[in-house]
Design a protein around this ligand. Structure first.
Ligand SMILES: [Fe+2]
Length: 502
């Protein structure tokens, strides 16, 4: 089946591309914004987390180690995140708009080395030459934006990173994975998994199955259609299966969850509130008066989803999912302020204090026999970027590791890390001036028991003007880092990382 027919029914009648430039409304980004942010940064050093990086590449630099680096922790922590927010005095208003920068922290021989490089997407390359923003962005109206041919023209490759089949990919939500050279982080270009699906969305949170294959989705809502494109990629990089999951109502999703038998997609209902606005996140308004729709898709029958409804819940990220006593149990971070979720750290992007994750850990219980689904709060608030040990057993929900915010805090961002078991949490606080990002779980070599591992978490120490990372024993996080590695400068915060051993 060709691409036109494959996607046709889902895109029928939608001539307009949801992210394409439309009528500009009054609140376009203005050329004063970068100057105002720079003035605020001089007063509030924590805003370095949202400041544009000054160079196309950083390093390689050797970090200064405090404490004792575990000698068998050898490999590379890759990280990705938006890093360029300003051009020609114009500043993005939405954190998700920044062009992606890929970081590699290499650990070997007791040394920690860091390097980073902007992902040379077609957008980044064109805008570097032009010296100004040219392309529409996901959350900021760009004046005089040029027309686009397809969604990869907008791809910032700024959200997540995976090593898969020996290859390295920078991922975004609405377009192709972008392949990079794992050694020097040079951009190789967009990946076409299936010849007739050029530039089709391949989301930022694919999940690895036990057989080494990779599952993912792409939302066709972002193309002005509806439904999800499902991907199953073999360990050799060949596409095993694709399918279309039709969805009758608009639903936003950024990630999904997976058990051994099922894929679970939780769609947060939204409306397109402002039809005159140009950018997707300016037009989107979550709809707390409507239920979440949840698709449970058997891995062996992608065309036979079951649909459930639960009370409204706005989610970016999921932790573990498993099946027990006939139920499907999924842990997720639920946002309790839908407008903050629409534009996280929007105040920081303007150079102001405010916002911060209004979130809670929640358990979604799906009962296929009864046809019901419901949310249960887990009593832990102010967290995001949940991770877990993938070796966890299905006997109970996995221990979740996540950065969280605890007063006193110099910034509205996270400054601590927690290990959460049910309602019980253990915490390490980095201090009021340190901003803490996602902490990746790394199993200790040769240790089989669930939970035996390290946490690798990147940090920004605002008071001392340095970026770095910490390694903690995942079973004793309250003891604080075993070691920290610091660079003598800062760079912007990112979103997600991936550890590759060896
Ligand atoms: Fe994410």
């Amino acid at each position: 089946m060709n691409r036109r027919r494959f996607l046709g029914q889902f895109l029928a009648g939608t001539a307009a591309f949801a992210l394409a430039p439309r009528l500009l409304r009054a609140e376009v980004a203005v050329a004063d914004d970068s100057r105002r942010f720079a003035q605020a940064l001089a007063r509030e050093p924590w805003l370095a987390g949202w400041n544009s990086v000054a160079a196309e590449s950083l390093g390689p630099s050797v970090a200064t180690i405090e404490g004792r680096w575990p000698k068998d922790l050898v490999g590379t922590l890759y990280r990705n995140g938006p890093a360029l927010f300003d051009r020609a005095g114009l500043r993005y208003r939405h954190w998700f708009d920044g062009d992606g920068m890929l970081h590699a922290w290499r650990f070997a021989g007791g040394r920690v080395e860091h390097r980073a490089r902007m992902v040379a997407t077609s957008k980044y390359t064109r805008e570097q030459s032009a010296g100004r923003f040219l392309l529409p962005a996901a959350g900021t109206t760009i004046p005089d934006a040029v027309p686009i041919r397809n969604n990869d023209d907008l791809n910032t490759a700024n959200t997540a990173v995976i090593r898969f089949g020996g290859r390295l990919f920078a991922l975004w939500e609405g377009g192709s994975a972008i392949e990079l050279d794992p050694a020097d982080l040079r951009t190789l270009g967009p990946v076409t998994w299936r010849e007739d699906l050029v530039a089709a969305p391949f989301s930022a949170h694919p999940l690895l199955d036990r057989d080494g294959s990779l599952w993912n989705f792409g939302s066709l809502d972002l193309l002005g259609g509806s439904g999800l494109l499902l991907w199953h990629i073999g360990a050799d990089g060949k596409t095993l299966r694709t399918a279309l999951l039709p969805n009758e109502r608009r639903g936003y999703l950024h990630a999904f969850a997976m058990t051994d038998r099922h894929l679970v997609f939780v769609l947060t209902p939204y409306r397109i509130a402002d039809r005159d606005a140009a950018a997707f996140f300016e037009r989107l308004q979550f709809a707390p008066d409507q239920p979440c729709r949840i698709a449970v898709v058997p891995k062996d029958a992608l065309d036979a989803p079951r649909w459930f409804e639960a009370e409204f819940g706005a989610v970016y990220h999921f932790a573990d999912a498993h099946e027990r006593a006939g139920e499907i149990l999924v842990q997720a971070v639920r946002h309790t302020d839908p407008d903050d979720m629409r534009s996280p750290m929007a105040a920081a992007m303007r150079g102001e204090r405010g916002g911060g994750a209004r979130t809670e850990l929640a358990l979604l219980r799906i009962d296929p026999a009864k046809g019901t689904a419901r949310w249960e709060a887990r009593g832990v608030h102010g967290l995001e970027f949940p991770v877990f040990d993938h070796r966890h057993e299905a006997a109970k929900p996995a221990r979740v590791f996540a950065p969280l915010r605890i007063e006193p805090a110099a910034s509205p961002y996270f400054n601590a890390v927690a290990a959460i078991d049910g309602g019980r949490r253990r915490v390490h606080r980095y201090g009021a001036d340190v901003l803490a990002e996602e902490h990746v779980f790394v199993p200790k070599p040769g240790r089989r028991r669930v939970g035996q591992g390290w946490l690798l978490g990147t940090l920004l120490d605002a008071r001392r003007g340095r970026s770095g990372l910490a390694v903690l024993d995942a079973e004793r996080i309250e003891d604080g880092p075993l070691a920290q590695a610091w660079l003598p400068h800062t760079f912007p915060l990112g979103f997600h990382g991936w550890f590759a051993a060896g």
